[in-house]
Design a protein around this ligand. Structure first.
Ligand SMILES: Cc1cc2nc3c(=O)[nH]c(=O)nc-3n(C[C@H](O)[C@H](O)[C@H](O)COP(=O)(O)O)c2cc1C
Length: 238
């Protein structure tokens, strides 16, 4: 058999290592205390640095947090803001139905932030039922350079997912964590602390550490229909 045919045959019969990494990665929400060696974090950052970006503008800035006190302080700020949000607009609590119009107004103003999923999570974080970074020993903060051509948020997402997959391929656990955005959006303290100013803006963050147990593996996923246009006709695959 020719090399290319052999390759196709092999792909037909088994997942490639990259596909395995993608399919078996899960968001990890329980970490061991043990720190991740710094050479691994450097390799993960390298995977981010090599991500494609529109016009090769690389519109990102990464900050690594490995100081438990710093991680806790930033978590406390975020939890404090979640508590404030909850006290102002959580109308689901008995006796607090009067907050509904205030909640509706805020939901209208910030439909993405206050979609039922993040809104539910904000109340969980406020109540201590959902950790922010789940006690991960390392956190990577991702800031976007707003001058990035086209769509810097997308570029940061691609770089971040490169890092997540690289970490997973090393046996580490990761979790994307968006909620710390509140600490950068509603206070000046942390922007000042990390020296973040124009053109940088918080994009997202990734918790990294050794997972407790063996939580990775495939899960069922909703399949979205995909239309295929080929040979002059259209078919829809699920
Ligand atoms: C941009 C982004 C932000 C996320 N923010 C959080 C978060 O703040 N807290 C959390 O526990 N999970 C967060 N997640 C993880 C998602 O909940 C998770 O990816 C989703 O439920 C699918 O599960 P899986 O990653 O195990 O496949 C986030 C994921 C993404 C992509």
């Amino acid at each position: 058999m020719e090399k290319k045919e052999e390759q196709i045959e092999q792909v037909k019969n088994e997942w490639t290592p990259t596909e395995e990494t993608i399919l078996k990665r899960r968001s990890i929400r329980m970490y061991k205390k043990e720190q991740v060696p710094d050479f691994m974090i450097n390799r993960i950052l390298e995977a981010g640095r090599f991500a494609p970006s529109a016009g090769n503008s690389q519109p990102w800035k990464f900050i690594v947090l490995r100081d438990p006190k710093l991680i806790k302080d930033l978590t406390d700020t975020t939890v404090g803001i979640c508590k404030l949000f909850k006290s102002l607009i959580d109308y689901r609590i008995p006796g607090k139905r009067w907050r509904l119009p205030i909640a509706k107004f805020n939901i209208k103003m910030k439909p993405k932030d206050l979609h039922p999923v993040p809104f539910g999570a904000v109340t969980f974080i406020a109540d201590g039922k959902l950790g922010l970074w789940h006690d991960a020993p390392t956190v990577i903060l991702i800031f976007k350079d707003v001058r990035g051509v086209s769509n810097p948020d997308l570029d940061c997402g691609i770089a971040g997912q490169n890092m997540v997959l690289a970490a997973h391929s090393m046996g580490l656990g990761t979790c994307w964590v968006g909620f710390v955005k509140l600490a950068f959006q509603y206070t000046r303290k942390w922007k000042k602390y990390f020296n973040i100013s124009y053109p940088y803006k918080f994009a997202s963050s990734i918790a990294i550490g050794w997972p407790v147990g063996d939580p990775d593996g495939m899960v069922k996923r909703v399949t979205h229909a995909v239309d295929w246009y080929e040979n002059g006709s259209k078919k829809t695959n699920y």
